[in-house]
Design a protein around this ligand. Structure first.
Ligand SMILES: [Zn+2]
Length: 76
């Protein structure tokens, strides 16, 4: 199973994982539980999985502007 990681705010591509074991280790680093990451996966009709996360840039922006959390698709 291959998973593309995309920022849920700016839609920037963050990375690509082609091995399920790497997904698990990635989430261990990010301190998410495995049940949490299953919910983040979006199954595309072409068989691809997309995982929506927050990129570093948006994470910084959100940290500086907490009110932006209310806005799903702000642009940088
Ligand atoms: Zn972003």
């Amino acid at each position: 199973m291959a998973v593309s990681i995309q920022c849920k705010y700016c839609r920037q591509s963050i990375g690509y994982i082609d091995d399920e074991r790497h997904i698990t280790s990635y989430f261990e680093q990010e301190e998410h539980s495995s049940s949490e990451w299953m919910e983040l996966l979006e199954h595309k009709s072409n068989g691809e999985y997309i995982m929506k996360l927050t990129c570093e840039y948006c994470e910084d922006t959100l940290a500086q502007n907490p009110e932006l959390h209310e806005n799903d698709h702000f642009i940088h």
